[in-house]
Design a protein around this ligand. Structure first.
Ligand code: ZN
Length: 389
């Protein structure tokens, strides 16, 4: 049993100073009055000295197997490590395939997802990828979501991008229907996670889908919507109609026609739209390519899972209240993904916790009741980084 005392708790709402009791991977009590512990109970006590305690971050867009491959085989990005996630306060992940669902497979993605899960994270993935017909393991999107325990949705299916399969409206509807019905059958997320490219068609297909079919707006979950300013305006309109939109914490250069994730989040929250319909993800392990007008790769960087917590601390630096911006990294993501025990510090929730120092940096991380990081030191390392242990 872990007894965390004297924390400034953000649940994500501001709860003030309090204590927390963790047992068997769960938060079993939050408050100021703690019961006496029966003798014989092993209780480890930690005084957090008033540091901020937040739910573990949920990163719903990660290339867990490594993405890339758009500049020849040498540009295939290696898989993400456990440490690259926990060090950055991420305790729940959703992995996916991107451009390359040919040399990468759903089977491989599922295996990497299971590996992270065995190492103590809450790890899930989507079936499919950029292209059509979607890559699957059991033969269809619907049966992958229904039969494979870790698979919760489909994507990232690419639209408005020269790397997409140029899906038609009917194709989008068919896949969204499969995700929706499979989600209902399993209580899983059941979403169609849509990669948005730079194309001027933007979110046109999603707008048409909302008009043409009965599938609820929540099923369509567009990401990278901050990559062009006009695209972000289109995304706001979709959020108003019930979609949850996702912004990516990629680096944005001066003068670029994009919004940094933090900037997009604040402008969304200022707009008065339902605050829970925006989330932030890192695109960690993915490639961040720059193409010339011929579609040739001009430059490539790798998406960094640390950009999520850096976005959060930059928002705090800029004077944003933590309780205002934190849901987009925690409770709002859990809501979209139908993960009832995630994203909140309440009794009965999973014990996924992050301690922040006064600058908003991660000092301690607990996932499912186990400390992975303590005082900035990794205490759980992945199998192959233990160096001869
Ligand atoms: Zn993408």
């Amino acid at each position: 049993m872990e007894f965390l005392r004297n924390a400034e708790i953000f649940a994500p709402e501001a709860m003030g100073r309090g204590d927390l009791l963790v047992c068997a991977g769960k938060i079993i009590r939050v408050g100021t009055e703690m019961p006496g512990f029966p003798s014989g109970f092993q209780v480890t006590e930690t005084d957090l000295g008033g540091r901020r305690l937040i739910p573990g971050l949920i990163d719903a867009h990660l290339h867990l197997t490594g993405g890339g491959g758009e500049s020849g085989a040498k540009s295939r990005i290696p898989p993400l490590t456990l440490e690259s996630l926990t060090r950055n306060g991420i305790t729940t992940v959703v992995g996916l395939l991107g451009t390359d669902a040919v040399t990468r497979s759903v089977a491989d993605l599922l295996a990497v997802t299971r590996s992270l899960s065995e190492q103590g994270l809450s790890a899930y993935c989507h079936t499919g990828g950029y292209s059509l017909p979607p890559a699957t393991l059991t033969g269809s999107v619907r049966s992958d979501i229904v039969h494979l325990d870790r698979v919760i949705g489909v994507g990232e299916l690419a639209i408005s991008d020269h790397r997409s399969s140029q899906p038609t409206l009917d194709e989008i509807l068919r896949i969204a229907a499969d995700a929706h019905v499979a989600g209902m059958m399993t209580n899983k997320a059941g979403i169609l996670h849509l990669h948005l490219g730079d194309g001027i068609r933007g979110l046109g297909l999603v707008r048409e889908a909302l008009v043409r079919a009965e599938i609820p707006a929540r099923v369509y979950n567009p990401t990278h919507v901050n990559r062009r300013r006009a695209l972000f305006q289109e995304a706001l309109e979709l959020a108003d109609r019930g979609c949850t939109i996702d912004v990516t914490s990629f680096p944005v250069g001066r003068g670029e026609d994009a919004y940094a994730a933090g900037e997009a989040l604040v402008s969304y929250l200022d707009s008065g739209l339902p605050p829970e319909r925006i989330t932030v993800s890192s695109d960690g392990g993915g490639c961040l390519p720059v193409f010339d007008s011929e579609g040739r790769l001009a430059a490539m960087e790798i998406g960094d899972s640390g950009s999520l917590v850096r976005t959060l601390s930059a928002l705090l630096d800029a004077g944003q209240p933590l309780e205002r911006v934190l849901p987009a990294f925690t409770s709002s993501v859990a809501r979209l993904l139908r993960m009832k025990e995630k994203g909140r510090i309440v009794s009965g929730a999973d014990a996924d916790l992050v301690v922040l120092d006064e600058l908003g940096n991660v000092t301690d991380v607990m996932a499912l009741g186990r400390w992975h990081v303590r005082d900035r030191k990794m205490v759980i390392r992945s199998v192959f980084s233990r160096g001869g242990e």
